[in-house]
Design a protein around this ligand. Structure first.
Ligand SMILES: NC(=O)c1ccc[n+]([C@@H]2O[C@H](COP(=O)([O-])OP(=O)(O)OC[C@H]3O[C@@H](n4cnc5c(N)ncnc54)[C@H](O)[C@@H]3O)[C@@H](O)[C@H]2O)c1
Length: 325
């Protein structure tokens, strides 16, 4: 999706993933790295040049499913020669972390942002610039916006979840969740959106809980994620003339730290184990599994890319078929 390093010409990298079911017994025999290397080599031959950071980690096994992420090369319609620049919030963990790595891998310059600076050390070692920011803090949001003037992409992945029976949710808890999850997204779109370069894009992390109530113990969280859908639609209109596109995704189960904490907490309330509750939930998913953060990053980078140039204001389900409206 991103142009290669300086001197790499005007090609943009675009990533996409496909899945194939393989028996686990064949996994070790299957030359994953080799297969990906071949695909990348072939593409390099097609465009007749070295396109920079060809990846070696574009295939992985997830829940007994082989996920292959190919690097596709396409021409930039704008003939740009500079590398794309992206800012990713919540980059210390889970989906934000996978997005930062994926963008870096695709040749972008990435500013990784999180309240947890310790969690970003590995990203820094891999080439991301990192910045400790509490997205709930008004001044820190403003300073961040100034630092990313002229960037191309914003991914709002920072988020928190609080689990409380709906009749016990306190005002403090409600405000904390809305501030981190919804207020930050609104004001980062407001502050950073107009500073993004024409052709830029924003992806906001909503949730399947914005559309579907499977539990009343996450009512404040679900409300914040529903708000993100409205914020996304409003800014897609407000930034359309620039043009900067704004889309949201609604993941169901993505196996991250947040998901693990959620399972542990709910299991206690339901008098079961996290593993049992996890298995029970995944049974209700038509594809019978959760997603990896890397798969989720694939959808996000697609929405950022020029391949999604006609998409804005959308809320894309990422639920293994659980939600289909
Ligand atoms: N994992 C899932 O199944 C799932 C499902 C639907 C939606 N989501 C959404 O995706 C996003 C990423 O979730 P995840 O699963 O990767 O969670 P995660 O807990 O693994 O990562 C979230 C990151 O946000 C950071 N963060 C929290 N508060 C912050 C603040 N005030 N300022 C800056 N950073 C802050 C955390 O430090 C953490 O690194 C969240 O918005 C979440 O609501 C996740």
């Amino acid at each position: 999706m991103c142009p290669g390093p300086p001197g790499g010409g005007t090609d943009l990298f675009a990533g996409f993933a496909y899945l194939s079911h393989v028996p686990s017994t064949r996994i070790s025999a299957f030359g994953i790295g080799g297969a990906v290397g071949m695909a990348v080599t072939l593409l390099s031959q097609i465009v007749g040049q070295d396109n920079g950071p060809a990846s070696t980690d574009r295939a992985f096994i997830y829940d007994n499913v082989k996920v292959v992420v190919e690097t596709k090369v396409m021409r930039s319609s704008m003939g740009e020669e500079t590398r794309k620049r992206a800012v990713v919030t919540g980059a210390a963990s889970g989906i934000g972390n996978a997005v930062a790595r994926r963008l870096l891998d695709d040749g972008c310059e990435v500013l990784a942002v999180d309240i947890d600076d310790g969690g970003m050390a590995e990203l820094a070692a891999e080439g991301c610039t990192t910045r400790t920011v509490d997205v709930a803090d008004i001044d820190q949001r403003r300073e961040l916006a100034e630092a990313v003037d002229g960037f191309d992409y914003l991914v709002n992945s920072a988020g928190i979840i609080r689990i409380s029976p709906i009749f016990e949710v306190t005002v403090d808890e409600w405000r904390q969740v809305q501030t981190v999850n919804a207020e930050s997204v609104f004001f980062l779109c407001q502050l950073i959106g107009p500073r993004l370069r024409p052709g830029g894009a924003i992806v906001n992390l909503s949730s399947s809980s914005a559309k579907l109530s499977t539990s009343t113990d996450v009512a404040a969280y679900a409300a914040s994620k529903t708000t993100i859908l409205s914020i996304t639609r409003s800014f897609s209109y407000a930034l359309a003339d620039r043009p900067v596109r704004v889309n949201a995704i609604c993941p169901g189960i993505v196996d991250t730290e947040m998901q693990a904490r959620f399972l542990e907490n709910v299991a206690i309330h339901k008098n079961t184990t996290a593993a049992e509750f996890d298995a029970l939930r995944k049974k209700s998913v038509p594809l019978h599994r959760g997603a990896s953060p890397e798969e989720c990053a694939g959808l996000i980078t697609f929405l950022l890319s020029d391949e999604a140039a006609y998409m804005t204001g959308q809320a894309i389900n990422f639920t293994g078929g659980l939600v289909n409206w």
